[in-house]
Design a protein around this ligand. Structure first.
Ligand code: GRF
Length: 204
């Protein structure tokens, strides 16, 4: 299966996906890395692995329709069958979500449905978890629909929130489980072991 990874930042989840593929744990190919940031670390990783790295930003277009059309044409040109959002900070145009319904995954650095939604990314998430007094956080892989962090949950793994945690220490603990569960969720998808019914998604 051909995966297109979308990333805006350093790309450690992208790297974890590539490692899983290289180690034989994920039977797939990454045929595209798309970023809204030309200088994203993920773009560098792609270039160093000879994976097509495409910079595509809404700012290059007058409005959403031509941007979405360009995104679809890039996806088609690289024969992308499954999209993995890995720290992609922009909303996916609705037309792309329709075209790839139930074939777009995202990883979120907390246990959804808590601590998600618009503006909940990066340190804001971990700050909110610590401020809430929650004793568990973790990572969530979910399907992407038209709302931020809202589609069916596919896989989660928790980590403890420890006394004295800062957003940085908690983020680091969560990131290790992100790197573990994202390739696993993608593998289940690639192997056709995912059943989706309304708001429920299950791995068999
Ligand atoms: C991760 O914490 C992920 O959960 C969130 O964005 C961050 C991306 O980190 N969606 P990286 O670029 O993969 O290192």
């Amino acid at each position: 299966m051909n995966i297109g990874v979308f990333a805006s930042g350093r790309g450690s989840n992208f790297q974890a996906i590539l490692n899983a593929i290289q180690g034989g744990a994920l039977p797939a190919r990454v045929t595209l890395l798309l970023s809204n940031k030309s200088d994203a670390g993920a773009m560098e990783i792609a270039r160093s692995c000879s994976i097509p790295a495409v910079h595509l930003s809404q700012k290059q277009f007058p409005d959403e329709a031509p941007f979405a059309a360009a995104m679809l044409s890039v996806l088609k040109a690289h024969d992308v069958q499954l999209i993995a959002l890995a720290g992609y900070l922009k909303k996916i145009p609705a037309i792309v979500i329709r075209e790839y319904r139930n074939r777009i995954l995202n990883i979120h650095p907390a246990l959804l449905p808590s601590f998600g939604g618009h503006g909940m990314y990066g340190h804001a998430v971990h700050e909110a978890v610590i401020a809430s007094g929650a004793k568990l956080s973790g990572a969530t892989v979910h399907l992407v629909d038209e709302e931020y962090d809202h589609g069916p949950i596919l896989l989660q793994k928790s980590v403890p929130v420890e006394a004295g945690d800062t957003p940085e220490t908690l983020a680091a603990r969560v990131l290790t489980v992100e790197h573990e569960i994202y390739p696993l969720a993608l593998k289940a998808f690639v192997e056709n072991r995912v059943t989706i019914h309304e708001r429920s998604a299950w791995i068999h």
